[in-house]
Write a protein that binds this ligand. Structure first.
Ligand code: ATP
Length: 276
């Protein structure tokens, strides 16, 4: 399998805190990777590091197979876009002006792509509007358009649904799926909202206290949490029920397993004493 991002024994120490501790991660090419952890688990630390905003204390990571210590890393990072915390937008400028500024930062000589970008994120009618009049969802989508200006094939979103209303969440979900399916963009998305993440993610990683507890695919989660019909019956009735199923040629397993959705799985791994 090809990986866009891998980390190996990655550590980040802040005085007494091991924000990342012997941390391993594997983001497959083409994935929508849901990055889950409680508050303070280390998600933002990892994201800031791969964006080049901080350096590992020890260990390493690779982007597209290039190691963080390699000279080409700065060049390689240009294939990556990120929206970390609130998108850096100039509120007094219009959406178009913000994008033009971004194009200049990336050293792009033509502004031709801006109309298409606005269309892509569903802001084609709002290009001339000042960003201060935007809803949070519109700002979030403009933030994504800004990150898409350099035509990345890896997009990192830190808590993208924070503060969005239900409509904003739906629009963002559709945008992520469209960019993934039609443009083949790989996503790394940190989120607290597990139900929402489960609607888009193809892979997951659960971080706790700076360590990767487990990485698994949506398919694996599905297999582990296959829906079972749980019928409670008196012992004698149960025998009858099973014989009816048998007579009808309906196969069954005598396994009693509860539905184990992402949230339950998360809680079973890290405990439920705190909010994810
Ligand atoms: P949240 O969901 O609350 O954003 P998170 O998973 O992103 O949490 P991080 O922000 O990565 O968590 O923080 C991981 C740990 O590292 C926390 O204990 C935090 O207090 C600590 N930490 C993060 N940045 C710094 C810093 N600059 N200086 C000191 N400690 C820090």
């Amino acid at each position: 399998m090809k990986y866009v991002l891998t980390t190996e024994a990655l550590c980040k120490r802040y005085k007494k805190t091991n924000a990342l501790d012997d941390f391993y991660m594997h983001v497959p090419k083409g994935a929508i990777y849901g990055f889950i952890g409680k508050n303070g688990a280390g998600k933002t630390t990892l994201i800031r590091m791969i964006c080049g905003l901080s350096k590992p204390t020890s260990g390493s990571y690779t982007l597209y197979g290039i190691k963080n210590s390699d000279k080409e890393m700065e060049q390689t990072r240009r294939h990556m876009g990120a929206v970390v915390e609130t998108p850096a937008l100039t509120l007094e400028m219009t959406a178009e002006e913000n994008l033009r500024q971004q194009y200049r930062i990336y050293g792009l000589s033509s502004f031709d792509g801006i109309g298409k970008l606005l269309e892509l994120v569903g802001l084609e009618k709002a290009g001339k509007k000042k960003v201060k009049a935007f809803s949070l969802g519109m700002k979030q989508r403009l933030g994504i358009a800004m990150a898409l200006a350099c035509e990345p094939d890896f997009l990192v979103l830190d808590e993208p649904t924070n503060g969005l209303d239900p409509q904003g969440i739906i629009e963002l979900r559709e945008l992520i799926l469209e960019l993934n399916h039609e443009k083949g963009i790989t996503f790394l998305i940190s989120s607290h909202i597990l139900d929402e993440l489960a609607r888009v993610a193809t892979h997951y990683g659960i971080i706790d206290q700076g360590k990767m507890l487990r990485e698994f695919s949506a398919e694996e989660l599905e297999k582990e949490s296959e829906t079972h019909i749980h019928i409670k019956a008196e012992a004698a009735d149960a025998q009858e029920l099973l014989s009816v199923l048998k007579d009808r040629g309906i196969s069954y397993e005598l396994v009693s397993q509860k539905d184990k959705k992402l949230e339950e799985y998360f809680v079973s791994l890290v405990g439920g004493d705190d909010h994810a």
